[in-house]
Ligand binder design. Structure first.
Ligand SMILES: [Mn+2]
Length: 482
């Protein structure tokens, strides 16, 4: 049962009404019901109102009038009446329906879904409630909606790319996928959707801060920004081995945008996530967001490679569920951006973050995705205009308070692909070499051994890629800046 009856006006305490009035109100209601049955909703509303005036204590009168208001498209009144009915009787299921319908009509899908869910939970065997709940779940959850259409989607016989069998990502599939992408082939839309939907379901069940353990004898690799540079991603796998149960990776956000092979990058990473869910990790970067994707090419690229806008919106749904940070062996905190605008943030704060949203303009979630370290003490306002800049003292206090050794972050291009700051306590790792084909920087990744968790750096140069320039799919507005 929904536990709150929100946004309705306060009801006065129940009015005392005598027997005679109670009976009279019932008779007026019967008249109103007759009008309702005959689809004369205006008259019905008039008589329900009369009944309410005679006896204001009956939830059903408000519920019925609410329904009549829905029929006449007075959704604001309908909402108000449904709320009044629920204030009189919290167990009045019909009122949840009415309120849900009114909210649907007003485009407030999430509020509507909450009410349908309440009815469904209260009456799990009620088929109508179940169907409505499912139907509206789809409207608020694109992944569910798309999933229900996938069976009907046929892969044509002339398609010569890799096939997902029963929707399962296997080692062979990943081998084939990398080769297909390397050769500029597309993954069929049906398979792309299957991977995306499975990835969303996985991330949805994850906490905002994911704990990672690295057993003593294993190597663990942390990569920074990839930014759509698929051929450099392949090169990382050449240099450091493909992801596997024995070769775990964490990719630290900004998988997409700028580079023109973002679709290939993100599907590859999701594929490995599904193949090795407990040995392959992904955290959200500031570019896993609607605003960035609209400007810096990912949206354009997805629309160009897969027609329609639904896939773009589904990526948004998935990105909203990406974990915000990872903690390795309770000692190393890894996030895309950095530390916080205020002292006192704890690991518990991060675990409690509600992340299913676009990155906000301030607060801990914003800082995790956007902040940068600075060499000077204290904090300064961000060079980017979002997040904060934090000095060595800020880092030290944060590490001490949370009993951590050091921080790994990404987010900034570095000439050597990495930079160690704050007396070794804040490391930047960036894995997109010759960023945007223009920066001349190396890429780098970090390998840790479970034994001592000390960071080792491997740097690498850019490799050639097909002749599609970075930012080929970016918003034309951006050219006004250059
Ligand atoms: Mn970034």
């Amino acid at each position: 049962m929904a536990d709150e009856v929100s946004n309705g006006p306060d009801m006065p305490a129940a009015t005392t009404v005598n027997e005679q009035a109670i009976e009279q109100a019932e008779r007026v209601k019967e008249t109103a019901n007759e009008y309702f049955k005959n689809q004369n909703y205006d008259e019905a509303i008039k008589f329900y109102t009369q009944a309410i005036e005679i006896n204001p204590n009956v939830a059903a009168y408000y519920g019925n009038r609410s329904f009549a208001y829905i029929k006449t498209e007075c959704f604001g009144y309908a909402l108000e009446d449904a709320n009044k009915a629920l204030q009189l009787d919290r167990a009045f299921l019909k009122a949840y329906y009415r309120r849900a319908c009114a909210n649907m009509a007003l485009g407030k899908f999430k509020l509507a879904l909450k009410d349908f869910e309440a009815v469904h939970k209260a009456r799990p065997n009620d088929k109508d409630a179940k169907n409505k709940y499912k139907e509206y779940s789809k409207k608020t959850d694109l992944a569910l909606d798309i999933e229900s259409t996938l069976d009907a989607l046929r892969v044509p016989p002339e398609y010569d790319g890799p096939h997902l069998i029963n929707g399962q990502v296997t080692e062979e599939f990943m081998e084939d996928l990398l080769i297909a992408f390397r050769d500029c082939k597309k993954l069929h839309q049906k398979y792309a959707y299957q991977i995306m939907i499975a990835a969303k379901k996985y991330f949805q069940a994850q906490p905002s801060l994911v704990d990672i353990s690295v057993p003593e004898e294993t190597k663990f690799t942390v990569c920074g920004d990839i930014h759509g540079q698929f051929y450099d991603l392949l090169n990382i796998f050449e240099l450091n081995g493909r992801p596997s149960a024995d070769n775990p990776y964490l990719f630290n956000g900004d998988f997409v945008d700028r580079g023109s092979f973002s679709v290939e990058c993100i599907l590859t990473l999701f594929g490995y996530k599904l193949l090795y869910p407990e040995r392959f990790y992904m955290s959200r970067g500031n570019h896993e967001s609607v605003n960035m994707n609209q400007m810096y090419g990912f949206e354009g690229e997805v629309k160009s490679k897969y027609a329609g806008s639904r896939m773009v919106d589904l990526y948004t749904e998935i990105f909203n569920w990406l974990p915000l940070c990872h903690c390795i062996e309770n000692k190393i905190l890894v996030m895309h951006g950095g530390l916080f605008s205020e002292d006192g943030v704890t690991l518990q704060t991060l675990r409690n973050l509600e992340r299913n949203r676009q990155p906000p303009d301030s607060g801990a979630m914003c800082d995790l995705l956007w902040s940068d370290p600075q060499p000077q003490l204290g904090r300064s306002s961000s060079k980017r205009g979002v997040g904060t800049q934090f000095g060595p003292d800020v880092t030290k206090r944060f590490l001490k308070e949370n009993n951590l050794d050091y921080v790994i972050r990404s987010h900034e291009v570095k000439h050597e692909g990495y930079e160690v700051m704050h007396d070794g306590k804040c490391i930047t790792i960036f894995s997109a070499p010759n960023y945007c084909d223009t920066m001349g920087n190396k890429g780098a990744f970090i390998t840790l051994s479970g034994e001592d968790l000390k960071p080792n750096f491997t740097t690498f140069e850019a490799v050639p890629h097909p002749k599609v320039k970075p930012m080929a799919y970016a918003n034309p507005l951006l050219s006004m800046l250059s």
